[in-house]
Design a protein around this ligand. Structure first.
Ligand code: SAH
Length: 249
């Protein structure tokens, strides 16, 4: 098959960040130093805009938030009667989530994962696991009907993307609707995170087992990205469902 110049260009751009690694300790340090510019004080506009497509008429959906941080989106969904499971390495981030939203929480070890803890608020049905995402699996909290991936695929180390996609697919229930937020920018200008994830790669990561639909592509350039050295920054939202599943009907 002939390789187009666009494909060559995409592989070159992916190559720019391929070796970049953020150790878990660096993330924890960011939380300790309050360097959490990724956190947003309001519900994410792309989630708000596309929630109907994720719910597809369902109520009481079990949502999964990989790399959840203290995203306010978790409370927003829980307030609408959905349940939420998140995974986050920073204990400080998890505690801040409950404290800032005036929720009490319990704290327990997770028998399957040495050193991990789960923080829960049973009234709101929110459980946040403090551990490395790659230690998490469906044997711990089952599978999910909805996934909101914001700052997650784009935040894990680029070399872990295949492993990540396999894990996420293994957490999807038959009717799961997975909303994925990615960024397009010139990786010659900024080294990430968030990392550059082209649509072609989203399709190659998930396309064999899933249908991938690009729902929206918006210009998301603000002063934050200009400060990183970028002159263009696009945000793309994808809806991913398992092939042959009831979620596509
Ligand atoms: N989704 C959140 C946070 C995005 S930033 C939001 O929208 O605000 C990425 C988060 O993932 C950080 O809070 C970081 O501490 C956490 N993180 C990074 N790598 C991780 C890993 N391998 N396992 C669990 N958490 C991780």
């Amino acid at each position: 098959m002939p390789v187009s110049s666009a494909q060559v260009n995409i592989s070159r751009m992916l190559g720019q960040q391929a070796e970049r690694v953020m150790a878990l300790g660096e993330w924890e340090e960011r939380w300790q130093q309050d360097r959490i510019g990724f956190h947003q004080p309001t519900v994410h506009r792309m989630l708000e805009k596309n929630l109907d497509k994720v719910l597809n008429g369902r109520t009481g959906v079990r949502f999964f938030f990989p790399l959840c941080g203290k995203a306010i989106d978790m409370k927003w969904l829980a307030d609408q009667g959905h349940s939420v499971v998140g995974v986050e390495i920073s204990e400080k981030g998890i505690q801040q989530f409950f404290e800032e939203n005036n929720m009490t929480f319990s704290e327990e070890p997770v028998p399957e994962i040495p050193g991990a803890k789960v923080f829960r608020n049973p009234e709101k049905n929110i459980s946040l696991y403090q551990c490395d995402l790659f230690q998490f699996s469906s044997s711990i909290a089952g599978r999910f009907g909805g996934i909101w991936d914001r700052g997650s695929l784009v935040a894990i180390n680029p070399k872990d993307r295949e492993k990540y996609a396999a894990l996420i697919v293994s957490l999807m229930d038959q009717d799961c609707r997975y909303l994925l937020d990615t960024f397009l920018y010139n990786p010659d200008q900024y080294r990430g995170p968030p990392f550059f994830v082209p649509d072609e790669q989203v399709r190659s990561l998930f396309g064999s087992s899933c249908n991938v639909e690009l729902l929206q592509s918006v210009d998301a350039l603000t002063d934050r990205q200009r400060d990183w050295g970028l002159d263009s920054f696009m945000e793309n939202i994808h809806l991913i469902t398992l092939k042959n599943s009831s979620a596509t009907k």
